[in-house]
Ligand binder design. Structure first.
Ligand SMILES: Cc1cc2nc3c(=O)[nH]c(=O)nc-3n(C[C@H](O)[C@H](O)[C@H](O)COP(=O)(O)O)c2cc1C
Length: 376
């Protein structure tokens, strides 16, 4: 009798790219870049996941232009010189048998902040930051994120066109770096989410007001990115499936239905961030898998693949999400920080790979022999 393969470890072909399993390392900013350049820290960090068995390693939010920079440690793809160190990481991920992704973002009115471990607050704009002048903070409307945060400059039509072109150029650079999956960051209160939000976007032109108008920027970014991103490579879009100030799961379903014909393959379903401090709401106690119902609803109602994320930590929990048809991929963030070998441990827990063949042979050869000797 052939053993039924757990859903977690079935492969997934999207366009010309095949993920060996359904486990994605969620994009997680390291706030450790220098002038947007990836450093040795990034290489070491992503190498752990490449050898850890995840099907898809999604590199953190990378900023498409300098006005979109959040902290001075943000990763960048706003100039061609950023390509080489990302390519080194992408090559390494491929050589370890995984697929590389990267997320593109513009921080909008949340630009210009301290690193998380320095409080994550808005920088004091009256003094230089690490010897640099401040960069303008732009957004759909001149509405501050929170009290005490800078009032952003309202983007003009030319400014909007420039940001859209910057997203497209960043997509081209990601391809030049050998990245295989691209994710547009439309969540967590950053620029694209700000355009979608009736609270942050109070424009009177064709980008504000009706739902159709508020979606326009997200759709134009997606179209421009798709044009620069090879047809054979998957494109994901991360949404805040619902937020604290007017954007609903129903709105996300409408958006997902619009994104699909533009060439988006999967919706990555996060939430919140438009009017609370923490995009990951990491200080708030949530239930395990609290965002999974969003992935399930969007998958069902918009007939598009979804990625579930948010406190997915246990093997059987992750397996259940996929086996029950709630999502097509599970993304893990903080649990991967804790245990980069999570996919290999999950395989062992599910009774797969007793010979440790999923592991790099430099490790697996030894562990298989240790297991045969009676030690697990
Ligand atoms: C250190 C850290 C950095 C993060 N950076 C990003 C990011 O660059 N882009 C993004 O969309 N989400 C980011 N997130 C959110 C995660 O991708 C994920 O959605 C969130 O942590 C919830 O999943 P988890 O409970 O598995 O950690 C970050 C989270 C952490 C912990």
């Amino acid at each position: 009798m052939t053993k039924h393969l757990p859903a977690l470890f079935t492969s997934l072909k999207i366009r010309d790219v095949t993920l060996k399993n359904r486990i994605m390392v969620s994009p997680m900013s390291m706030y450790s870049a220098i002038d947007g350049y990836a450093t040795e820290w990034h290489y070491t960090h992503y190498a752990k996941y490449a050898t850890g068995g995840a099907g898809l390693v999604c590199i953190e939010a990378s900023k498409v232009d300098t006005n979109g920079v959040g902290t001075l440690g943000d990763l960048g793809l706003w100039k061609d010189e950023h390509i080489a160190p990302i390519k080194r990481i992408a090559d390494m991920i491929r050589s370890e048998g995984s697929i590389s992704g990267i997320q593109l973002n513009h921080s909008g009115r949340k630009a210009g902040t301290a690193r998380p471990w320095h409080g994550f607050g808005p920088l004091d704009r009256s003094v230089k930051v690490e010897g640099r002048d401040h960069w303008p903070v732009v957004a759909p409307s001149p509405i501050a994120y929170l009290d005490g945060w800078p009032v952003p400059r309202e983007l003009t039509q030319d400014g909007i066109d420039e940001v859209i072109a910057a997203f497209a150029q960043a997509a081209r650079r990601a391809n030049d770096a050998g990245i295989d999956v691209l994710e547009i960051h439309g969540a967590h209160g950053y620029l694209i989410h700000e355009f979608l939000s009736p609270a942050a976007n109070q424009r009177k032109d064709r980008y504000g007001g009706s739902m159709e108008n508020r979606m326009r920027f997200a759709l134009e970014v997606t179209q421009a990115v798709r044009r620069c991103w090879p047809a054979g490579k998957p494109l994901f879009f991360r949404v805040s499936a619902q937020d604290e100030n007017g954007w609903t799961i129903g709105d996300s379903i409408v958006l997902a239905r619009e994104l699909k014909p533009l060439g988006v393959d999967a919706i990555d379903c996060s939430s919140g961030g438009i009017s609370v401090r923490s995009p990951t709401a990491s200080n708030i106690a949530h239930q395990l898998g609290f965002q999974v119902p969003f992935a399930e609803a969007i998958r069902r109602e918009a007939d598009i693949m979804t990625i579930a994320v948010g406190l997915i930590v246990k093997t059987q929990q992750a397996e259940g999400i996929l086996a029950n048809g709630q999502a097509d991929i599970v993304a893990l963030g903080r649990e991967m920080l804790y245990n980069p070998f999570w996919p290999i441990h999950a395989a062992a827990e599910l009774g797969l790979d007793p010979e440790f063949r999923n592991m790099p042979e430099q490790y697996g050869w030894w562990l298989a022999r240790r297991a045969k000797a009676g030690y697990k």
